[in-house]
Design a protein around this ligand. Sequence first.
Ligand SMILES: [Fe+2]
Length: 272
Amino acid sequence: MLQFVHITDLHADASGMHFGIDAFERLELALSHAAGHAPHANFAVLTGDVAERGDEASYRKVRRMLERLPYPAFVLPGNHDDPSVLSRVFEETPSVDLANASGARRVRELRAPEFNALFLDTHAGGKGEGAMKTGDLDAVREALRSEKHLFLFMHHPPFASGISAMDALGLSNPDALLRIFEEAHRKPAAIFCGHLHRTIAGVWAGVPVFALRSVVQEVDPFSRDPNRIVYCAEAPEYALVDASIETGGTLTILSQTIRFTESGTSISDLPD
Ligand SMILES: [Fe+2]
């Protein structure tokens, strides 16, 4: 059984508010909620857009906060990030075993007893679109040779969402990933991403895909203007993901989204 906390699109800015929201305050709320309700998770992952302007001060502050979690945390770059600054501040490490992982790191590959995970870098500059890079494609090819289930974490989703402005900033070469799957005659167990600022679950090319709301600001799902990202006021979420293998080898992956800014009412608290 593996459990992890999925958080995305923090857009932290040490120089001030973003979207009129203090992203660090919001992150603190999410982390303390997750640590309080799921203290035995195996790790947390922040799938990109860690900092709004890719600056070192924001990364340092986020790293200090993530390091207070009772489990390791991993980050990867989104289009707003500066991958080289992120990698320096979070001490990029090629590969770690989950059993030995600690702190908050930019790790490329995570190895666990029954699962492997790759944390990809789809940052491609430009206006914010993404791309699969040769090194990451090679890593996916290699990881699919293992019998273990493979999870891919990446900022840009490989699928089109229908939200025009986000799709205009989408992954430019998802076909490259498809070719790797075809060559390997295997697929990842699931792909977890961010970028859309929407919670969307589905299947892409036979692979379960999970995109998640931003921890700070959400995108209007009905916006069809390709030139303008329209935001909307909705509660932020993180996701608690459970992956387990039952006797006989059946893999179950459940991503449960959690609204951490609203206090829930237990049914037992309701009047009769
Ligand atoms: Fe974002």
